[in-house]
Write a protein that binds this ligand. Structure first.
Ligand SMILES: Nc1ncnc2c1ncn2[C@@H]1O[C@H](COP(=O)(O)OP(=O)(O)OP(=O)(O)O)[C@@H](O)[C@H]1O
Ligand SMILES: [Mg+2]
Length: 287
């Protein structure tokens, strides 16, 4: 991955594409996506989102809630440009896959020149649209829960030694996406794996998951970065469409120790992503 070349892309007016993906359902894709989008907006970036989970639409629903909350309370909250893209379905499988490709390419081409970042939230299943999105990623972010059930989609782990035996479904899919991307435009995908819902107790399981991801990052070429702990605050603001990033330091909401820690986790993640243009001066947070 060449961070510099992505920064150059941005200067030329090509949006940086962030894909949040993991075919494991419920790993924290939409939650991570919400926090990344609001963090980017907070720094004055223009952000377009594409929700590929046309059934749950968690990310798009979150932004609807944000708009409704801003309207009700007469607040000026930062907003992304929201798009939901459905699989074309119907016709033969081949026709519908071709149509998916046309639809996603057209939408990306339209948004490329209008936005600093495009964030695509993928569903928790292996759809054709999701695979296409992975090929277009400049940065791919994969949240994994602190569990070997989640790790199983990345790699098969030896039950006695906890060594990685071989890659599995999702890693192979990303491998294919990387090959296709190289053929398409010689681009590279910076793949980031972040842990989600880590427990504050340093259990044996937590340490083993950490060890396996550390082994895997060399083998599969992803960057393993710290993610989010298990905290109520990551889910309770959904109906308001807010995140901790929206709270100002002297704001109306009392910050607990857990809130402060969560804010640090979000900031640490954003820094670890090394996105082009991330070092802009923060704008004032909305009240
Ligand atoms: N760090 C966290 N702390 C507490 N709860 C969390 C955290 N991350 C996610 N959750 C909760 O876990 C559930 C699954 O999260 P989310 O919807 O973000 O996952 P997803 O990967 O997008 O799921 P899907 O595959 O269905 O799209 C939600 O109820 C969410 O509020
Ligand atoms: Mg989701």
């Amino acid at each position: 991955m060449t961070i510099q070349s992505n920064a150059e892309q941005k200067k030329k007016g090509r949006a940086h594409i962030i894909v949040v993906g993991n075919e494991k359902g419920g790993s924290g894709k939409s939650t991570s996506a919400m926090h990344i989008v609001v963090s980017l907006l907070d720094r004055g970036n223009s952000v377009a989102i594409i929700d590929l989970d046309a059934r749950q639409k968690s990310l798009a629903r979150y932004i609807e809630n944000r708009q409704a909350y801003a309207d009700q309370h007469n607040l000026k909250l930062t907003m992304p440009d929201v798009h939901v893209l459905e699989s074309s379905g119907g016709g033969t499988a081949q026709n519908s896959e071709e149509q998916d490709e046309v639809n996603l390419s057209a939408l990306l081409a339209d948004l490329q020149s209008k936005s600093d970042y495009i964030l695509i939230d993928c569903p928790g299943s292996n759809t054709h649209l999701s695979r296409l999105a992975h090929v277009s990623a400049d940065t791919l972010i994969t949240p994994v829960n602190d569990s070997f059930v989640d790790i199983d989609l990345l790699a098969k782990v030896n039950s006695d030694t906890y060594q990685v035996d071989k890659l599995s479904l999702y890693s192979e899919m990303v491998w294919e996406a990387r090959k296709m991307r190289a053929m398409k435009d010689r681009g590279t995908i910076d793949w980031i794996v972040m842990r989600n819902r880590t427990s504050s107790l340093n259990s044996k399981n937590t340490q083993r998951v950490h060890d396996v991801l550390t082994q895997l990052q060399k083998r599969v070429a992803f960057r393993y970065v710290p993610g989010f702990g298990e905290r109520v605050i990551y889910r309770e603001l959904f109906p308001k469409g807010l995140t901790l990033v929206d709270f100002n330091n002297n704001g109306h909401q009392k910050m607990t120790m857990s809130h402060v820690a969560a804010r640090q986790e979000i900031r640490r993640l954003m820094d670890a992503l090394k996105l082009p243009g991330w070092n802009k001066v923060p704008v004032a947070a909305a009240e």
